[in-house]
Design a protein around this ligand. Structure first.
Ligand SMILES: Cc1ncc(COP(=O)(O)O)c(C=O)c1O
Length: 450
């Protein structure tokens, strides 16, 4: 098979046409695993790769950003304090997302730190959080000397299981941080309902969910505050960067003040001296200019990702032992920072997941294994052993925390999850066929992997 190389423009043109095709022509040809490619020897065992070609690279530079960046650098107005670009980006991002206000930050982590601070998370508090996530989601809780209490995941949706939230609330719980992991929207009505009945704040970790929708509204606009990341791998990338969205003017004024060394903002009372608490989590002008250029592509890219994800859903579920994610109740659009599925090794002759991943990589299909069991991270016990945590939380509470930190749904999910990175979904329809064919080939040849 000859290596196929596509320019990004060809890839996007091909996949956009495919998207329209799926929308207009709903007649889907069911996947069949009988074809010559699949019965051949596995690439990991010396056979031919199903996909010898390349995949779309990420991020993609937009040359139209260059004149603006050069002007800004030459002007010496590099920080938000004497430039207009960060404010311009905030206005555009709030409009795009349907939020009243946006505050740009240095990163997703600093967005979360600011949100937790402004919503009053304090030393000795408890915060309920999803365990199937990036380390930053719970590190920011540790940074506040609060206790992250992990709520079990629903392995079908890859998300926090809203039915399991209430049981983990104590009289110290102050907030919930649901995570729209991989751009899959959490059932926010259920989360908000529990939060309301216990007077808890809700911060959406939407760091992987730009323009995902829940009941037609954008994720990150559905709770007290929503936090985003614009780190290099993200759909909207600027190397580093972040944002907070919110509809409450007072809260957003306080976010602005906190991220800017405590300088009062908006309707906050001007004071002499330093009356307000705060740090420096400001976004730079260059980040904002890059983000505005990247914003030109995100809608179209998300359409391509969605179209290919829906295509893969149909193809992969035909393969025994492959279970694509299920959207949570109320989710109306996912944006796929990763395309996730579960690998049921029992259907693959008990071939371990790691071996399956190696075999799929060998076929030319890059894939990963999702998150580890973060609720068992070493950094947690390290924090508990510190002087501060010993003062803040009793032995009895930490013992109970350890006993309750058994999350069977999340354990199963971590054992079974396999993911494709978002730029894979920017490939062509035939690339998606290669993914399905490679998995089917591994299934057919599973006996040769043991
Ligand atoms: C779910 C989640 N939360 C928080 C973050 C932190 O964002 P950043 O890396 O921009 O600090 C990330 C970044 O990868 C993330 O994926």
């Amino acid at each position: 098979m000859k290596p196929r190389k596509f320019t990004r423009r060809q890839v996007i043109a091909a996949t956009s046409a495919g998207f329209l095709g799926t929308m207009i022509n709903l007649s889907f040809k069911p996947f069949t695993i009988v074809n010559n490619t699949q019965v051949k020897k596995l690439a990991i065992n010396g056979g031919e790769k199903v996909h010898p070609g390349t995949w779309p690279q990420w991020p993609v530079w937009d040359q139209s950003a260059e004149p603006g960046l050069l002007d800004m650098f030459r002007s010496g107005r590099w920080w938000r304090g004497n430039g207009e670009h960060v404010v311009e980006f905030e206005k555009k991002y709030a409009e795009l997302m349907g939020a009243k206000r946006c505050l740009a930050t240095a990163s997703g982590t600093t967005a979360l730190l600011t949100a937790l601070n402004v919503l009053g998370v304090d030393a000795g508090d408890e915060v309920l959080v999803s365990p199937f996530t990036f380390i930053a989601t719970y590190n920011v809780i540790f940074a506040h000397k609060a206790l992250p209490v992990f709520v079990d995941s629903d392995p079908e949706t890859f998300l926090i299981d809203p039915k399991k939230i209430e049981a983990r609330i104590t009289n110290r719980t102050v907030a919930i941080v649901p995570v729209h992991i991989y751009g899959l929207p959490v059932d926010m009505d259920s989360v908000n309902k529990v939060a309301k009945s216990h007077n808890l704040k809700v911060i959406e970790d939407a760091c992987q969910a730009w323009l995902a929708e829940y009941r037609g509204k954008k994720t990150g606009t559905l709770a007290d505050l929503g936090c985003f990341s614009f780190q290099n791998s993200k759909h909207l990338a600027a190397g580093e960067g972040g944002a907070i969205l919110g509809n409450d003017e007072d809260l957003m004024d306080r976010c602005n003040a906190y991220h800017n060394c405590g300088r009062p903002y908006g309707a906050m009372k001007p004071v002499s001296g330093n009356a307000y608490n705060g740090l420096n989590y400001r976004m730079q002008q260059s980040q904002a200019l890059i983000l505005m250029s990247q914003m030109k592509r995100i809608l179209k890219d998300n359409d391509v990702r969605l179209s290919n994800a829906l295509y893969l859903d149909k193809k992969l579920k035909e393969i025994p032992g492959i279970v694509p994610y299920k959207l949570a109740e109320g989710a109306t659009r996912a944006v796929y920072h990763m395309y996730p599925f579960r690998y049921i090794m029992e259907k693959f002759n008990n071939v371990p997941k790691e071996k399956f991943i190696q075999a799929l990589n060998a076929e030319g299909i890059p894939c990963g294994s999702g998150y580890g069991k973060q609720n068992k991270d070493g950094l947690i016990e390290e924090a508990f052993a510190s002087r501060g945590y010993k003062r803040l939380f009793s032995e009895t509470r930490l013992k109970q925390w350890r006993e309750e930190n058994q999350l069977p749904g999340n354990d199963l999910l971590c054992d079974q999850a396999v993911t494709f990175y978002q730029s894979i979904l920017l490939g062509s329809r035939s690339d998606m066929d290669d993914i399905a064919n490679a998995i089917a080939k591994i299934y057919e040849n599973r006996a040769s992997l043991v």
